[in-house]
Design a protein around this ligand. Structure first.
Ligand code: SF4
Length: 688
């Protein structure tokens, strides 16, 4: 037994799925993954994991992994050496930059990949290719939350830790299916609610698991959260329950903000949101009576025309009631991908260097120019949405994308695919030959987290190391190595030999990470940014001041933007996740256990609607929007109500993909697609 044990390798890793950031040991023998072993030392999850973290790793050894670079020849792809592929990319990108200018190329980064991968990618875009056209998939999800936070409290991250949420007296969850999207975080809330008297309010279109447990669960009409929150805030101020001292000392803009609330009466909100006035008063009372309030939100808030404004309304409500800077208080936009926080933190955004310093700031630019020995572009770049639109306008000629299934996850996918077809040159770097790769000219094989060293940042701003378990499969390579090989072909002279050197460079340049180092992150240690030069973490933000030069928080007057609802379509289509699968499913459908349990998706239809249409479980229906159509099987469930439909986003069948139906409308401030605003018609193909 001792012999056998000695051949088993145990390596610490961090989950590659959601933003909770669970860490655990992977037990392996040669290339076989024996088991995932959680341990009490894990700072976020202790001994808990969810089904994805536990069973979702078969993709690493999948026979479908990309193992060689591929180059398009007509309608097919042929295997190539790294030299051939990289020479071709260098030649093509160089020529397009020369002919059409540096801004004619777009760079899409990956929220699945490490901080170091993302840091090197944005450095490649900025320093080698002279463009700020770099973005990541937070544009699809939480960028409106980041923008809302930056406007009001000054920093684009969760206020505190998951432990802080668990210690709140009242938790309010809006538009977030926490039990399925952030399962281990949800267990903390469930436990606090069940055992320690925490109160829970859930606002959602669907009766989620947390909704079933909540003290108040209500279903505001789609896209109306700003209205009910503004009305509750106004009512609190009218009752004199606002935190007067806190506002006087720590916030600015109160009078102007109060004036802006005029129209948000309880009657107005009750009508617009279709929520009883008594419920709104009850919510105001619960907030007033709670010693600490944390608000959690996700895509149900952000993926709307008014996503940034609604995120801002959350911060306004917390500010007015003094719910910042103490344990149990704060604003928590729950991050989707394992490293969506880190991809933003480490600079794959069109306006920001790593650590959220503006590219337009001369002093900051000078610091990077000195370190990187080159002139850097001052103009903010295009975001994801502008890049796709830029293809149509003839401004964007080439794209380089890694670790992102844009053809399936971007809204209005028929349009996005048509645009990909118009690119002169397209590089896709991934671990699989994704749907997006089908539009590429060169496909590069990358290595997943178990085949490289690196760090991720979870939703609570916690930076954690993961360690290499296996050698990269076939000829695949870690993403940062690929970028370095390409950069050096295009005139750079980079010599990173390990991701720790990349982190050291980021820490030397971005004050937010000043004291971050691989030594301090060794093993189960972690650091929560901002990290002081001495290595001190900041788990709870805003204890003394907010993230603006004068230290004051800002109350922002807001207008409500009604949701986009195309005429002639009768049913509201909501979409999102389920527990077992992740996003487009490229990784989770490779898991034998998960796919055995949940082999595909279904459309949730309410019992009322099913009866009206004469359909049963297993019926097949066609949904049509102005942008496309899908055909999906039906599940009749009271999780949805009335004319509300819910379609999970995880499918590998193109004819079921929800983004065939979504539009190119977007949040007016950040260009995040309004995925949650769609009306469709439903035709019955087969009734049962
Ligand atoms: Fe992974 Fe999230 Fe599940 Fe934790 S909760 S195991 S981070 S998917």
């Amino acid at each position: 037994a001792a012999m056998r044990q000695s051949r088993i390798k145990r390596t610490k890793t961090v989950c590659t799925y959601c933003g909770v950031g669970c860490s655990f040991e992977v037990w392996t023998k040669e290339r076989k993954i024996l088991k995932i072993q959680p341990t009490v030392e894990a700072p976020v999850n202790g001994v808990s994991t969810c089904v994805k973290g536990k069973w979702g790793w078969d993709f690493v050894n999948s026979k479908d992994r990309l193992t060689k670079p591929l180059i398009r020849q007509g309608d097919r792809f042929v295997e190539a050496t790294w030299d051939e592929a990289l020479d071709l990319i260098a030649e093509k990108l160089g020529a397009i930059k020369e002919k059409h200018g540096p801004e004619s190329i777009g760079y899409i980064a990956s929220s699945k990949c490490s901080n170091e991968d993302n840091f090197v990618f944005q450095k490649f875009a900025r320093a080698v290719m002279e463009s700020n056209n770099v973005d990541n998939c937070s544009r699809y999800c939480q960028t409106p939350a980041t923008a809302g936070l930056m406007r009001t409290v000054g920093l684009g991250g969760d206020t505190g830790t998951i432990k802080d949420i668990a210690s709140a007296e009242l938790v309010i969850v809006l538009g977030a299916n926490v039990a399925e999207s952030h399962p281990v975080l949800a267990t903390r809330v469930k436990r606090a609610h069940k055992l320690y008297g925490q109160k829970l309010i859930v606002a959602d279109l669907r009766k989620t698991e947390l909704a079933e447990r909540a003290d108040i669960f209500f279903r505001p009409k789609p896209g109306t959260d700003l209205v009910w929150m503004s009305a509750v805030t106004k009512y609190i101020i009218e009752q004199g329950w606002h935190a007067k001292e806190f506002i006087n000392e720590r916030a600015e803009g109160f009078d102007e903000y109060v004036a802006s609330l005029d129209k948000f009466t309880l009657d107005y909100a009750a009508e617009v949101c279709s929520v009883p006035k008594e419920t709104l008063i009850q919510i105001a009372n619960m907030i007033h009576n709670a010693g600490s309030v944390s608000m959690l939100w996700a895509m149900g808030v952000t993926q709307h025309l008014g996503g940034t404004d609604t995120s801002t309304a959350i911060c306004n409500l917390l500010m007015v009631t003094g719910n910042f800077g103490r344990t149990g208080t704060g604003a928590y936009p729950l991050r989707g991908h394992n490293n969506v926080q880190g991809a933003c933190d480490f600079g794959t955004l069109p306006s920001y260097f790593p650590g959220y310093e503006l590219v337009t700031d001369e002093k900051v630019r000078a610091r990077y120019e000195k370190a990187w020995g080159t002139k850097l572009p001052a103009k903010p770049g295009y975001d994801n949405h502008q890049m796709v639109e830029g293809i149509e306008k003839g401004e964007i000629k080439a794209m380089y994308l890694f670790g992102e299934e844009m053809a399936l996850v971007d809204a209005n996918s028929n349009y996005v695919e048509a645009m990909f077809g118009n690119l002169e040159f397209f590089v896709v770097q991934d671990i699989f030959f994704s749907r997006t790769a089908q539009f590429a000219d060169v496909v590069l094989p990358a290595a997943p987290s178990l085949e490289k060293d690196g760090t991720f940042v979870n939703t609570e701003r916690r930076i954690q190391r993961f360690y290499q378990v296996f050698e990269p499969l076939g000829d695949s390579k870690p993403d940062w190595q690929i970028f370095q090989m390409l950069a050096n072909r295009m005139g750079a002279n980079w010599n990173y030999t390990h991701p720790s050197e990349i982190m050291a460079e980021a820490a030397s340049l971005a004050p937010l990470f000043a004291g971050v180092s691989y030594e301090r992150l060794e093993g189960w240690n972690s650091q929560v940014w901002p990290v002081s030069p001495e290595g001190e973490s900041t788990p709870l933000l805003y204890q003394e001041k907010f993230g603006f030069p004068n230290g004051k928080g800002r109350l922002i007057p807001l207008e409500w933007t009604p949701p986009f609802e195309p005429e002639g379509y009768e049913l509201h289509l909501n979409n999102g996740r389920i527990l077992e699968h992740f996003h487009e499913g490229n990784m989770t459908y490779q898991s034998v256990d998960i796919t055995h349990k949940v082999p595909g998706i279904w459309l949730e239809v309410s019992p009322e609607l099913a009866e009206r249409r004469g359909i049963k479980d297993g019926a097949l229906v066609r949904l049509t929007s102005p942008y496309g159509q899908v055909e999906v099987p039906v599940l009749v469930t009271d999780r949805v109500q009335g004319d509300e439909l819910y379609l999970p986003m995880h499918t590998r069948k193109l004819e079921e993909t929800v983004n065939r139906l979504t539009s190119s409308y977007f949040d007016l401030i950040t260009h995040t697609p309004a995925y949650k605003e769609m009306k469709v018609n439903m035709d019955v193909i087969r009734a049962d």
